[in-house]
Design a binder for this molecule. Structure first.
Ligand code: NAD
Ligand code: GLY
Length: 371
């Protein structure tokens, strides 16, 4: 077992390390013991069956008294009812402010358990142990926690930074290939934002990442976490540069809203299509070359993601519905659309007051069925 990579998220008193490597769940007990003597692990049934026992063993071995709360898998848990349930169960377990909540799972568990930790007794420390590729490279880092409401995703939430993130690459061995591809879209995103060399690396090494080649996977997760840590450290509460992390996401959230928030269309699959759309729109506006836009779509397709929304699961997608959802995006201001666009690969920027008529024309063209 080689030493893990450690990436620091530099946020003053709220700074923490992200550990990335193999065999880390076996050592997680020692890490948690540095924070508390008691822990409550929140996880879902899929992850519990695969990865909970070694974690509980590690906690016990380190002298941490721990209980586990096992929730049903799925986005539906990120609701007021789900929050009430998990908070009630944490209170029933007697969780105190000096204890630690451990989120073991994908982005759903991280977002829900993190939010519960943020509001329970006005704030309890928590540790993220992300077990999906998407959670390892994105959602476990940066402190965004949230639940969904009937009006949309992640509309009620808190910034509550974890005390530590432990990304055990071994957990990805059990992740279905479809979930790996969805997480890979977020890896590609970091190259497209501000690291053209990393995008080139992805073009050469994407198949190795998706095939679980250990060195390629470790590199992709580390570079992604470094990129996210750098952006979060510069702008924790998304007053500016952090919005770049939403490259492709305004389109993606609209696609997800239209598809319904179930397994039909995974978040990362929507992000893949959203990245392609953001680049095609940038090319349409003359901001970036059509070659760059084609290169982005070609790479996403080669990774098994869908860049043409006519072929995307959860469709057909109606342009008017997509536009309406985009205007309700959290980044929208005064009824105007804010989009992350690009002047080329690795050259993303925030565009306020994006031209809605041009977005509409793009979506009309993108959804038109060839005669
Ligand atoms: P998820 O948490 O639903 O996990 C996907 C599926 O994989 C689930 O069925 C889960 O049980 C299963 N699973 C998890 N780990 C596994 C493993 N190692 N082996 C086998 N199965 C495993 O989905 P996700 O893609 O990880 O997260 C999506 C959520 O993350 C969304 O709610 C999204 O809004 C949120 N998100 C949050 C942020 C943030 O910054 N907070 C960023 C991106 C996404
Ligand atoms: N996933 C976007 C962010 O953390 O800001």
């Amino acid at each position: 077992m080689s030493d893990p990579s450690i990436v620091r998220v530099a946020l003053g008193a709220r700074s923490y390390d992200v550990e990335i490597g193999a065999g880390l769940i076996a050592r997680a007990g020692e890490r948690v013991r540095r924070l508390a003597k008691r822990a409550a692990v929140v996880t879902d049934a899929h992850v519990a069956a695969l990865h909970l026992a070694p974690l509980m063993q590690s906690l016990a071995g380190a002298g941490v008294a721990a209980d586990a709360i096992v929730l049903p898998p799925g986005e539906a848990q990120k609701s007021f009812a789900g929050l009430q349930d998990v908070c009630g169960r944490l209170i029933d377990l007697g969780v105190e402010r000096t204890d630690v909540i451990v989120a073991l799972g994908g982005g759903v568990i991280g977002d829900l358990a993190g939010f519960a930790a943020g509001v329970l007794k006005r704030g309890v420390d928590f540790v993220q142990i992300p077990t999906t590729l998407l959670a390892q490279v994105d959602s476990s880092v940066g402190g965004k926690t949230a639940i969904d409401t009937p009006q949309g995703k992640n509309l009620v939430g808190l910034f509550h930074q974890p005390r530590a993130v432990i990304a055990d690459l071994d957990t990805l061995a059990t992740l279905p290939a479809r979930q790996m591809r969805a997480g890979y879209a977020e890896i590609v995103k970091y190259g497209l934002i501000d690291d053209a060399d990393f995008f080139g690396w992805c073009e050469a090494n994407g198949p190795h990442v998706l095939a679980h080649d250990r060195a390629a996977l470790a590199h992709a997760v580390r570079v992604s976490v470094e990129a996210k840590a750098r952006i979060v450290a510069a702008d924790e509460r998304e007053a500016g540069v952090r919005a770049l992390l939403n490259l492709g996401h305004t389109f993606a959230h609209a696609l997800e809203a239209s598809a319904g928030y179930d397994e039909t269309l995974l978040h990362g699959e929507a992000v893949g299509a959203g990245l392609a759309l953001a680049f095609r729109f940038s090319a349409q506006l003359g901001l970036c070359s059509t070659d760059d836009a084609r290169r982005v779509s070609a790479h996403l397709e080669s990774a098994g993601l869908v860049s043409d929304i006519r072929a995307l699961a959860g469709g057909p997608y109606a342009p008017s519905r997509l536009i309406e959802a985009m205007l309700h995006d959290k980044k929208a201001e005064g009824g105007q659309m804010t989009l992350i666009l690009a002047q080329g690969i690795g050259r993303a920027f925030v565009q306020k007051d994006a031209p809605v008529a041009a977005v509409r024309a793009l979506l009309d063209a993108e959804t038109a069925i060839a005669a």
